[in-house]
Design a binder for this molecule. Structure first.
Ligand SMILES: [Zn+2]
Ligand SMILES: [Zn+2]
Length: 749
């Protein structure tokens, strides 16, 4: 910032999709206060607009330059480091910078409409004489009572709180103020999302040899963070990675620096928050929490707590990678393999990759932790870009769970229909119930029956808007209706097949609801609960179920991926994976990797206490590599064979990919636009890039839109991004055709 003579001109990015930066002059009275990263209000066309200052200029050649109207907020909202990151995102992810800014600054900060919550505080008055109170008591006894309470105050108190304590009313207080006997002051109060919780202070746990070594690696990197390589911390489930993060953060604070911890949204459980808040309990303000369930007011307050430097640790989901901390020393990305780090709307960034880029810009340390690292990160470690640190043991010498594979093909021969619980699994559950130990049953599919088929003509009930079958739900919320999990469309169950008119409809396939009811039928004495997006619609339901499970009030917990990650229940000794094949057969090159990760993570929930755990994996493809390697806890073996496959097929991490989706409610126009785009791309792209054909997406229709895909692969991603953007900008698409570009895509359906 140019404080001496103040800025004359600024170049800004307006919060509108105009794809270019504009110059404005700075009026005398604002000159000293505007800097790079400041939010300002500017005249734009015939209105006003909000904008972010990106450059301070001495001169500007722009014609008809106009002055900025106002500055929003005291200090610049974005640091130069974050602006640099924003530009990188725009180039890499093929996305206009205005869109990047929208992600970087929460709406409540950008618009500056929400402010601090103000409350009235009664000020203490120690100079009140007893006589004064007595005099008042004769005329206005209630005012005297309140005055007496005020005379005993040691510090300001919220007016509402004082009135509650004294059982007096607002009128009495106002009367005292009018007499000049009491003083009210408006003060800002912080809306702390965890303000009403008590966190019990914890201290460092003793580290084992492997953990000590891992912590040393991080600390050495902190000492030489100028050129530290990213650290990939590969530790088996239950190996105590969080304890290493906690102690590394302590070290970072001791260096006078700050830290960000990214966790997948789904693992941002009360349990996780408690661990961090508890460890740094001596200064509650130190830890700020950012996630999607904050109210606008809470988000405003948490953001300012971070921006003003009061909070030094930020724990949050994906977008916390943009937390405006100064003097950043450490970024931890826990469960770095999680696909929820990828944002599925523009800017389509991957928070783990941004953490690495931000660490490079801010010269700080980045630690990527996982029990099942992504192929991308593992490959980066293999070629020396990242430093690999491994934890092979669970803490306290706990055993890795024993994994047994159950071949459902044999079960089917016995039962003649799809088994939900194999004989082996139900025996194991009965055994746990007897021993009063707990069981988790995992199935990554919601609902009761996953389709309604006609046994006469073979027609399934499909969603009218999407190319998927409707799922049948029995629970009250959807009350015996069919529902689409992609667009939310619901329909009544028809009595007869609408296609052929026969009374031949049968339910097919099963989801978590049916698992829950089957298990409850099988074990009538057991307490069975379900945890998925349908049963957890209330905010407290999640917390409540977890608490009841932890205190042993639930014997069997059935759930989707909501229960797969990060949870720690010492009394769980059995995990059943109802169908391991669900993810395996998706048309996605990461299908195998995801299955391996999911099996390992879910299995990791077993045997975290004193008793060793056991895992049953039910599958129709018992010999698939993902299942076999997961069964033997053989990470290296899995990585090697999967990397060979990826290299052979020119897939990530060996090549980058860009997925272009062309969609429209009009099938023909979507198809034609996609084919035209493909032709232009083939003219624009040099031979080193592998350009796929324009093909219908695996999910051909979604929310009423027909979708076509073009997949491009290549090593030089920045160049590819630029060429793709240039080609797109030159092509006029019909108005009802939407084109999206996804760099490093994770959603290929
Ligand atoms: Zn039919
Ligand atoms: Zn639908």
């Amino acid at each position: 910032m140019n404080h001496e003579h103040g800025a004359r001109y600024v170049r800004v990015i307006v919060d509108r999709a105009i794809h270019r930066e504009l110059d404005y002059s700075v009026p005398e009275n604002l000159a000293g206060r505007v800097g790079v990263g400041s939010r300002v209000r500017v005249p734009f066309r015939d209105k006003s607009a909000l904008a972010t200052v990106v450059t301070i200029l001495e001169h500007s050649d722009a014609k008809g330059i106009r002055p900025i109207e106002a500055i929003i907020g005291e200090a610049p909202a974005l640091s130069e480091h974050l602006l640099e990151l924003a530009r990188w995102i725009g180039t890499y992810y093929c996305c206009p910078i205005e869109t990047v800014m929208r992600s970087m600054l929460p709406q409540v900060i950008r618009r500056a409409e929400v402010s601090w919550k103000k409350q009235l505080f009664v000020q203490p008055r120690c100079n009140i004489h007893q006589g004064e109170i007595e005099k008042l008591r004769r005329r206005a006894p209630r005012q005297a009572e309140l005055l007496e309470a005020i005379s005993k105050l040691e510090k300001p108190i919220r007016a509402a709180e004082l009135l509650r304590q004294t059982s007096l009313d607002n009128q009495t207080l106002r009367a005292l103020v009018k007499r000049g006997l009491a003083e009210l002051r408006e003060e800002a109060v912080v809306r702390d999302p965890h303000g009403d919780e008590q966190f019990i202070a914890t201290s460092n746990l003793v580290l084992n040899e492997e953990q000590t070594h891992a912590l040393n690696e991080v600390e050495q990197a902190l000492d030489a963070s100028e050129n530290a390589r990213p650290i990939l911390l590969h530790g088996v489930t239950g190996s105590g990675k969080t304890e290493i993060y906690l102690q590394a953060i302590r070290g970072t604070l001791d260096h006078g620096r700050t830290a960000i911890v990214l966790v997948p949204e789904i693992s941002l459980t009360p349990q996780t928050v408690e661990r961090f808040k508890g460890r740094f309990a001596e200064a509650q303000d130190d830890v700020a929490v950012l996630h999607s369930h904050l109210s606008e007011g809470e988000r405003h307050d948490e953001w300012h707590k971070i921006h003003s430097g009061r909070a030094r640790i930020v724990i949050g989901a994906r977008s916390a990678v943009f937390a405006p901390l100064k003097n950043l020393g450490l970024i931890v990305v826990d469960e770095e393999h999680e696909t929820t780090y990828k944002q599925e709307e523009a800017p389509r960034y991957h928070a783990r990759d941004l953490a690495v880029v931000r660490a490079k810009i801010e010269k700080c340390v980045v630690v990527l932790g996982s029990a099942t690292p992504s192929l991308e990160s593992y490959h980066n470690a293999a070629i020396g870009k990242y430093r690999l640190v491994t934890l092979t043991q669970r803490v306290d010498q706990k055993q890795m769970p024993l994994i047994r594979v159950v071949d459902l093909r044999q079960e089917r021969r016995k039962e003649k229909k799809a088994a939900i619980l194999s004989e082996k699994l139900s025996q194991a559950i009965a055994d746990r119930l007897e021993k009063r130990e707990q069981t988790i049953l995992f199935l990554n599919r919601r609902g009761f029956s996953t389709s309604l088929l006609c046994s006469n003509c073979g027609e399934a009930r499909n969603c009218p808007n999407c190319s998927v079958a409707l799922t049948f739900h029995r629970q009250p919320a959807i009350a015996g209706r069919l529902s689409c999990h992609l667009c939310g469309h619901t329909a009544a169950v028809p009595k007869k097949c609408p296609a052929c008119g026969q009374d031949a409809l049968i339910y097919h396939g099963f989801g978590t609801e049916k698992v829950e009811s089957t298990v409850a039928q099988f074990f009538p004495k057991a307490v069975v609960r379900r945890m998925d997006a349908d049963s957890m619609t209330r905010k407290e339901a999640y917390r409540e179920t977890l608490r009841n499970f932890r205190t042993g009030k639930i014997d069997i917990l059935v759930g989707t991926q909501m229960i797969a990650k990060g949870l720690h229940f010492p009394n769980v000794t059995l995990v059943g994976i109802i169908n391991a094949d669900l993810a395996l057969h998706l048309p996605d090159f990461r299908a195998g990797e995801r299955t391996f990760q999911l099996l390992t993570q879910v299995a990791g929930r077993a045997g975290r206490g004193e008793t060793p755990g056991q895992v049953f994996v039910q599958t129709y493809t018992p010999f698939s590599p993902s299942i076999q390697f997961a069964r033997h806890h053989d990470f290296t073996g899995y990585f090697q064979q999967e990397l060979e496959f990826r290299e052979r097929c020119d897939f990530p991490p060996f090549k980058h990919a860009i997925l272009i989706t062309v969609r429209s409610a009009h099938e023909g126009r979507a198809k034609l636009s996609a084919e035209t785009l493909k032709r232009r791309l083939s003219e624009a792209l040099p031979e080193e890039f592998i350009l796929g054909d324009a093909t219908p997406a695996p999910l051909e229709k979604l929310q009423g839109q027909f979708r076509f895909h073009i997949l491009i692969r290549g090593a030089a991603i920045m160049r590819l991004s630029r060429l793709a953007r240039e080609t797109l900008d030159k092509l006029p698409f019909p108005e009802d055709v939407t084109v999206t570009v996804d760099v490093d895509p994770y959603q290929l359906l």
